[in-house]
Design a protein around this ligand. Structure first.
Ligand SMILES: C[S@@+](CC[C@H](N)C(=O)[O-])C[C@H]1O[C@@H](n2cnc3c(N)ncnc32)[C@H](O)[C@@H]1O
Length: 431
C-alpha cells in the first residue's frame, strides 16, 4: 500500500503546533532582520496540511489573514473542509493536491511543511523545496520539519525492520501490533547478544517506540518513504534553490545554554551558523528538526537584534514563578523550569523584567513599557551629565557613578504560567 493510501486507511489527526503561528514566525524573522508580514494581515500556505488540525485554528484566530492548505489525502481534506464549513470560516481553503505537481497562485508570507519532508519520495522532497522557492514572498519565512541525523541512526534499522516485517500484513491495526512486537523482541535480543555495548541505545529505541501513538507508528515507522537528513545536507538542498537558513523554529530547543560551559564555548567559536548548528546536532544527538528558511540575499542578523526591531515588539511570560519574589531576591541567580529545560536567570534588571511580565501575563507588554517599568527599579541612571545609560554596577562604563537606586518594587504573583518568549503585541496563539 502506498503511503498516500495509508493516510486514507488510517487518517492522521492534526494538532496545533505553536511554532507554526504566523505571529511567532514573523517575530523570529523580524529579529533576524526580515520585514515580515504581520500575523493579522498575511498569506499562509501549508503543504501536507492533513485534516487542517493546525491551519484551521490559525485561520479562526486570524480572520484578516488568508490560509491555503494542500494535502494529497482525500479523507483529510474532506474532514478539514467539513470543519471549515461548520465554523463558517471564509479565510481558509483546503485543497486536495500533490506537492510534487502543485502550482499555487501568488506568493505567501509564511509557508509551513510540518511532518511532510522526510516521509515523501525524493522527487516530492525536491518539488516541495522548488515550490517554496517559487511561492515564498521576498521577506517570507518557510518552516520545514524533518527527521534528523544523527539521532535517527539509532532507530533507522529498527524502523526498517518494523516496516520490512509488516509489509505483507494487511490492515493497519495488525501492522501496528506486529511492528511493535518485532521491535520489542529485536531490541531485547540485541541487548542479550551485545550486553552493555548496545543496552542504552536499544532501551532508548524501545522507549521511543513504546511511547509512540499508533498513528505515529503507522506513519512514521511503517511508511514506505522515510529519509532523515543531516542539517547541513538539508541546508545545501535549500541553498541550491536560492533559499537560506534563517533560524530554528523552536529557538529554545537547541541553544548554547543547553550544553556544558566548555562545549558552549567551543560552539560559540564556530562562526559559520550552519556548521555551528550541525555541531549542535552531533553533540545533542538531534532526531527531529524544525528549520526556518528565507530567500537568499538578506543580511540575516544572527546575533543581537537591532534596537529598532526590538522596540516594535512586546514580550509575554509563561513563567509560573516570580523570579524577583522577596524571599529569593537576594540570591545571585535563580533557576526556573521552562519547557525547554532548566534556565538560570541572573541580573537584577532581567529578573525584575520577568517579574513584571509574570504579573501581567497573559498580556504581552510592549518592550518600551517593559523597559520603563524595569530600569528605574533595577538600574540606576549614570550620574554623568553626558551619559544616558542605566547600570547595575558600581560604576558606569562611561566612568560615571550610578545614583542611588530608587525603592525596590515588591511584585505580587497573580498567575501561574511557564516560560517566557518574545512576541508581537497581538494577536494571541490559539495553542
Ligand atoms: C504526517 S502527516 C502531517 C500532517 C500535518 N502537517 C501535521 O503535522 O499534523 C503528512 C501529511 O502529508 C500528506 N502528504 C503526503 N504526501 C503528500 C504530497 N505529495 N502532497 C501533498 N500532501 C502529501 C499526507 O496526506 C499527510 O496528511
Amino acid at each position: 500500500m502506498s503511503d498516500a493510501h495509508a493516510y486514507d486507511e488510517h487518517p492522521y489527526t492534526g494538532y496545533v503546533y505553536w511554532f507554526t503561528h504566523p505571529d511567532h514566525l514573523g517575530v523570529v524573522g523580524a529579529l533576524h532582520g526580515l520585514d515580515t508580514a504581520p500575523a493579522d494581515g498575511c498569506r499562509v500556505l501549508e503543504l501536507g496540511c492533513g485534516d487542517g488540525g493546525n491551519l484551521v485554528p490559525l485561520a479562526a484566530a486570524l480572520p484578516t489573514s488568508h490560509f491555503v492548505g494542500v494535502d494529497l489525502c482525500e479523507a483529510h481534506i474532506r474532514a478539514g473542509t467539513d470543519l471549515v464549513g461548520r465554523l463558517g470560516l471564509g479565510n481558509v481553503e483546503l485543497v486536495r493536491g500533490d506537492v510534487a505537481t502543485l502550482e499555487v497562485p501568488g506568493t505567501f508570507d509564511y509557508i509551513i511543511a510540518h511532518g511532510l519532508f522526510s516521509w515523501v519520495p525524493e522527487a516530492t522532497r525536491a518539488a516541495a523545496l522548488d515550490l517554496v522557492q517559487r511561492a515564498l514572498a521576498p521577506h517570507g519565512v518557510a518552516l520545514i520539519s524533518y527527521n534528523a541525523y544523527p539521532g535517527w541512526h539509532d532507530e533507522a534499522p529498527v524502523r526498517r525492520l518494523m516496516e520490512f516485517h509488516t509489509r505483507p500484513v494487511a490492515g493497519a491495526a495488525d501492522k501496528i501490533q506486529q511492528a511493535r512486537g518485532i521491535a520489542d523482541w529485536h531490541c531485547r535480543r540485541m541487548v542479550g547478544l551485545f550486553g552493555e555495548e548496545r543496552k542504552g541505545q536499544m532501551e532508548r529505541v524501545l522507549g521511543v517506540v513504546a511511547a509512540a501513538s499508533d498513528t505515529l507508528i503507522r506513519h512514521d515507522y511503517l511508511c514506505e518513504h522515510h529519509q532523515p537528513l543531516y542539517f547541513e545536507d538539508f541546508v545545501a538542498r535549500a541553498r541550491a534553490r536560492g533559499l537560506e537558513f534563517l533560524a530554528n523554529a523552536r529557538p529554545g530547543k537547541l541553544r548554547l545554554g543547553g550544553f556544558e560551559p566548555e562545549v558552549a564555548d567551543m560552539l560559540r567559536r564556530v562562526g559559520d551558523p550552519v556548521r555551528r548548528q550541525q555541531y549542535m546536532d552531533f553533540f545533542a544527538h538531534t532526531r527531529f528538526r524544525e528549520t526556518l528558511l528565507c530567500r537568499a540575499g538578506h543580511a540575516i542578523q544572527r546575533d543581537a537584534a537591532p534596537r529598532a526591531r526590538l522596540a516594535a515588539l512586546a514580550a509575554e511570560s509563561r513563567l509560573d514563578q516570580d523570579v524577583w519574589a522577596p524571599a529569593t531576591r537576594d540570591a545571585e541567580a535563580i533557576t526556573v523550569e521552562a519547557p525547554a529545560g532548566a534556565v538560570t536567570i541572573a541580573g537584577t534588571p532581567l529578573r525584575i523584567a520577568l517579574s513584571v511580565l509574570q504579573r501581567q501575563a497573559p498580556r504581552a507588554v510592549p518592550l518600551r513599557e517593559l523597559f520603563q517599568a524595569t530600569l528605574p527599579i533595577g538600574c540606576s541612571p549614570c550620574s554623568s551629565a553626558s551619559c544616558s545609560r542605566s547600570t547595575t554596577s558600581r560604576s558606569c562604563t562611561c566612568g560615571g557613578r550610578p545614583r542611588p537606586s530608587p525603592a525596590r518594587c515588591r511584585p505580587t504573583p497573580t498567575r501561574r504560567r511557564c516560560s517566557a518568549r518574545w512576541r508581537r503585541p497581538a494577536p494571541r496563539c490559539p495553542a
